[in-house]
Design a binder for this molecule. Structure first.
Ligand code: ADP
Length: 486
């Protein structure tokens, strides 16, 4: 209790001293009063205690509050007190020693004033530089008293960003404008921990002008008598707009990817459907012939009809896949088994691979994790790479046409899919432009396939690249991050 009382008294004294130092006239008055008190004390003690050193106190007070001129004035007054009163009573054998002491003392006082004034100027310049930096900030910065809600400091941007006069503002009004709870300094512990140092950040839309702001608020030390909080308001409308445009671009990209792939799919579809349709026509022709014959084997008829049915189901599945592909406009990430996806891509292109007499080698890693991805888009990437490989091997001797497809994990744990061909390979000049939209060396190509592949893979957090094979052809690789357990 006693300690608390002492602390309160000390805080009270410090508070009043600060207030006095803040007012120039009051500080100068007090300094002169103190100097008179020191002179009186010195005189009363018969100069036995040599109290002249205490003049430094009023000199310091006057210099700090009023600068060099005020300090020098108090030096003058103090020296006059000392010279006049001590001259008749000094114990020195000659006047010269008395004046010598006077000169030394005055020099010390003046040096003290000059040093203190320099320190004061240096500190005030540092303050000015600091406030200039704050004024030049793009963000609005202000400091508010948590108890009264008054703004203790506001930088120049506050008026510009919020289009208001900060002098007329109260912190609570600003909090209301941004839908923040009034700031009474009680930052919840969990929130404080989560944001570090008690600062909380929030993106808010100002209903008055429709702009977006990032509002950061947190307590800062000011002085012992006040609890204050610092608020930083940054206009992020442009970033928000850029994010929106980016999202729209991404959506357009997915849409374009689908449309461009649609052309490829259509030709694959025609090719793929051709096989089951021909088979169905053949099986139904055979059935007809059997039925038209005077006698027929019932089991053979059933077998032929079952085969026709299987082929029509296969054709239905192919069409279903295309319909899914065209329908899903937005990327739909889901858990994705890459080995199964690679097999499905091969199944889709089975007929084309057969037509080109391409031998396929499949090496699938057994401990491959799943990934989170838009399955249809990834399927398109693999289909595209395999189609490119088929095209690249058009001029390869039939016995050398080999496609190697593999899945593996790299040292970072990422999934790696590789498509290697025995084609003509890539010229170095072409190699650099490969992923640029509309770069193609094929007369019928669109030049969008690889650029779409890259966008899709990068959108999934992966990377795509290619390299020349040691012997012939090239290998395209892409990585995908493994799905993290949720
Ligand atoms: P497109 O197939 O419509 O030309 P892509 O973006 O898929 O568009 O491919 C761009 C170009 O990259 C192709 O024209 C071709 O020159 C080259 N390319 C792609 N894959 C291979 C490959 N496996 N081997 C050799 N060249 C390839």
């Amino acid at each position: 209790m006693q300690l608390a009382l002492q602390r309160c008294q000390a805080a009270g004294i410090v508070f009043w001293l600060r207030r006095i130092a803040a007012s120039r006239a009051a500080a100068l008055g007090l300094a002169l009063l103190l100097a008179t008190a020191v002179a009186a004390l010195d005189y009363a003690t018969g100069y036995e205690l040599r109290m002249a050193i205490l003049y430094l106190l009023p000199i310091a007070l006057a210099t700090w509050a009023g600068g060099t001129t005020a300090g020098m004035s108090v030096v003058g007054v103090s020296s006059l007190f000392w010279l006049v009163s001590f001259r008749s009573t000094h114990p020195y054998s000659g006047e010269i020693f008395f004046y010598w002491e006077g000169i030394v003392m005055i020099t010390v006082y003046m040096t003290f004033v000059l040093l203190l004034a320099r320190l004061r100027v240096a500190l005030s310049r540092a303050d000015q530089r600091f406030f200039r930096v704050l004024d030049e900030l793009h963000a609005a910065v202000y400091v508010a008293d948590q108890a009264s809600g008054a703004l203790l400091y506001a930088n120049r941007s506050l008026a510009r960003v919020l289009a208001v006069d900060p002098r007329t503002l109260q912190a609570d009004e600003l909090a209301r404008r941004f839908g923040l709870p009034p700031d009474h300094g009680e930052t919840p512990a969990a929130e404080s921990l989560a944001h570090g140092g008690g600062f909380v950040a929030r993106e808010v839309r100002d209903a008055t002008n429709g702009r977006w702001y990032l509002v950061q608020r947190g307590p800062i030390p000011w002085n012992s008598a006040r609890r204050v909080s610092l608020q930083v308001i940054t206009d992020i409308s442009e970033q928000k707009q850029a994010q929106l445009v980016h999202r729209q671009h991404q959506e357009m990209l997915h849409q374009t990817a689908r449309l461009a792939a649609l052309g490829e799919i259509a030709s694959t579809l025609a090719h793929e459907l051709n096989q089951p349709l021909t088979a169905i026509a053949n099986y139904s022709g055979a059935c007809l012939r059997m039925l038209q014959a005077p006698r027929h084997d019932r089991r053979e008829l059933v077998a032929a009809l079952q085969r026709a049915r299987a082929q029509s189901l296969r054709a239905g599945r192919i069409i279903g896949r295309v319909r899914d592909f065209v329908r899903s406009r937005h990327p739909t990430p889901s858990e994705c088994d890459i080995n199964a996806l690679v097999c499905e891509a091969l199944e889709l292109l089975e007929a084309r691979l057969d037509d080109h007499a391409i031998a396929t080698a499949l090496t699938l890693s057994e401990d491959l994790p799943t990934t989170r991805a838009d399955r249809t888009l990834l399927l398109q990437v693999v289909v595209n790479l395999v189609q490119n490989a088929i095209d690249a091997m058009a001029d390869t001797a039939p016995e050398c046409r080999r496609l190697r497809l593999s899945t593996a994990r790299n040292s970072d744990g990422a999934i790696v899919v590789s498509v290697a061909d025995q084609g003509a390979g890539l010229a170095e000049a072409a190699s650099e432009k490969l992923y640029t939209p509309f770069f193609t060396t094929r007369s019928t190509g669109l030049g969008l396939g690889l650029s779409i592949c890259r966008s899709v893979i990068e959108a999934h957090g992966g990377r795509i690249w290619h390299e020349a094979n040691p012997g012939r052809g090239s290998t395209f690789h892409f990585t995908l991050p493994p799905e993290t357990p949720r």
